[in-house]
Design a protein around this ligand. Structure first.
Ligand SMILES: *[C@@H]1O[C@H](CO)[C@@H](O)[C@H](O)[C@H]1NC(C)=O
Ligand SMILES: *[C@@H]1O[C@H](CO)[C@@H](O)[C@H](O)[C@H]1NC(C)=O
Ligand SMILES: *[C@@H]1O[C@H](CO)[C@@H](O)[C@H](O)[C@H]1NC(C)=O
Length: 427
């Protein structure tokens, strides 16, 4: 999804962050109790940064709301045929997007509250942004640029902030899909690399200029290595919605599907070389490359060939998005989306790899459209899905609302939960 920073500023005002006590709860690696546990008051800090450490099991303070938690994970999730497995067991991938969770200066109490809401909607996976490229450092940012030279921010406003996200994900038993850059100019993304290093505005140089590729790999190396032994990472993603063109619209004129497929091979193999134990996906919108097809998302004109990309050895699962109202398919978004889901489920079977509908949204008739799409996901055997996007009412204010956001008091929230249960339930 293309998002704007102004929406965020409105939602949150000034940026605040602080170290916070984490939550203690039953569970832990050898937890053998029931699945319903009490969620207790915070007692201690727990620096879960590079590897799994069970949440503290000692508790003080009064029990507050009852939430269902499941046994804590001990292994990475892997693809197996068209499914996912964790610890040898089938593993259901379902959940939501929350790009803002590590970007808006939420403290760990607020991150906990947001993840807790996602958990109540049945989520097992949350997709978020692991990047913010800035020229003028401000708030949370992960890499700053000056005269073409990038500096990764490893401090409290940078990677240490992302540590809070990973730590809270552990506390809530939520796995993370982390995108490492953006096709769009939101949070900097590809255009900052290209402009800073080459001086050009041609978006697609991101995929072909060797200096740009080296700089992106350098960022990947630092970010991915930091969490390479952390089991809360579900998968790394090459980019949010890579396309030949970006927000500025300028391009060299030569980028096509081959360009992005070759780039995806190179970058995914690079990630595997530094972190062989986590899955890697592209993060694209799942466009097909069928020149002449009357429907825009099937024409290949954005430089994406879903089937070719899914065949790449170092890509573990396929991703696609669904925004019919923005893709010239607004006359019947519901049935168009059902066909789009069925087509990707067919690609999934052909490639024998999992495929996730990892972003979807309409602005009108959400409950009825999502009901039709959820039914199609179940009946087609599609591996899983993540809604765009999760929302929480926090004491400081609401998390960003772009019109697609589902807060816990929205009727779609309960629909998400029943769909998650139908797909396989909480893990
Ligand atoms: C879990 O149980 C196994 C087998 O009893 C034991 O080897 C392991 O140390 C335990 N792990 C923790 C974190 O207690
Ligand atoms: C992409 O463009 C290159 C030349 O720039 C060409 O060789 C290649 O066949 C094109 N690929 C596709 C899928 O059109
Ligand atoms: C976290 O932020 C909230 C504001 O939403 C604030 O009330 C709370 O005190 C903060 N916690 C800490 C420890 O900073």
């Amino acid at each position: 999804m293309l998002i704007t920073i102004s929406a965020l500023t409105l939602a949150f005002g000034s940026v605040v962050y602080a170290q916070q006590p984490v939550w203690a709860q039953c569970g832990g690696i050898n937890w053998s109790g029931g699945k319903s546990c009490l969620y207790f008051s915070p007692i201690t800090t727990s620096p879960v940064i590079t590897g799994p450490t069970p949440p503290p099991t000692t508790t003080i303070g009064g029990p507050s709301p009852t939430i269902t938690f499941d046994p804590w994970p001990t292994t990475n999730i892997q693809a197996s045929g068209t499914k996912f497995v964790g610890g040898g067991q089938p593993w259901t991938a379902v959940g939501a997007n929350a790009y803002w969770i590590g970007l808006t200066g939420l403290n760990s109490t607020e991150i906990d509250a947001a993840f807790s809401d996602m958990r109540k909607a049945g989520a097992t996976v949350v997709r978020t942004w692991g990047f913010n490229e800035v020229i003028s450092p401000n708030g949370i940012y992960y890499q700053s640029w000056s005269n073409g030279v990038p500096t990764i921010n490893t401090g409290p406003t940078g990677l240490e902030n992302f540590d809070l996200v990973v730590n809270s994900a552990w506390q809530h038993n939520l796995r993370l899909i982390v995108s490492l850059t953006n096709n769009w100019a939101d949070y900097g993304g590809m255009d900052v690399y290209v402009k800073q290093i080459t001086g050009s505005s041609n978006h697609d140089l991101f995929y072909t200029d060797s200096r740009v590729i080296a700089a992106y790999k350098n960022y990947i190396k630092t970010f991915v290595s930091r969490y390479s032994s952390n089991i809360m990472i579900f998968a790394w993603e090459l980019a949010n919605e890579p396309r030949c063109k970006g927000s500025t619209g300028t391009w060299s004129g030569t980028c096509n599907t081959t360009t992005i497929t070759n780039w995806a091979k190179d970058i995914s193999a690079y990630i595997k070389s530094i972190d062989p134990s986590h899955m890697v996906a592209i993060g694209d919108e799942g466009f097909y490359n069928q020149p002449g097809n009357p429907s825009y998302p099937y024409q290949g004109t954005e430089g994406i060939d879903f089937d070719a990309n899914l065949a790449i050895d170092t890509i573990d699962f396929g991703t696609f998005h669904a925004y019919p109202e923005s893709w010239g398919e607004s006359s019947n978004p519901s049935s168009w989306g059902v066909q789009w889901i069925n087509d990707h489920a067919a690609s999934q079977k052909k490639a024998s790899k999992p495929v996730l509908l990892e972003e979807f949204g309409v602005l009108n008739n959400q409950a009825s459209v999502y009901t039709a799409w959820y039914n199609a996901i179940i009946s087609s055997g599609l591996t899983g899905d993540l809604i765009w996007q999760a929302g929480s009412h926090l004491p400081r204010g609401d998390t960003p609302n772009d019109g697609y956001t589902i807060y816990p008091d929205d009727p779609v929230f309960t629909l998400e939960k029943s769909h998650a249960d139908a797909l396989g339930g909480n893990i």
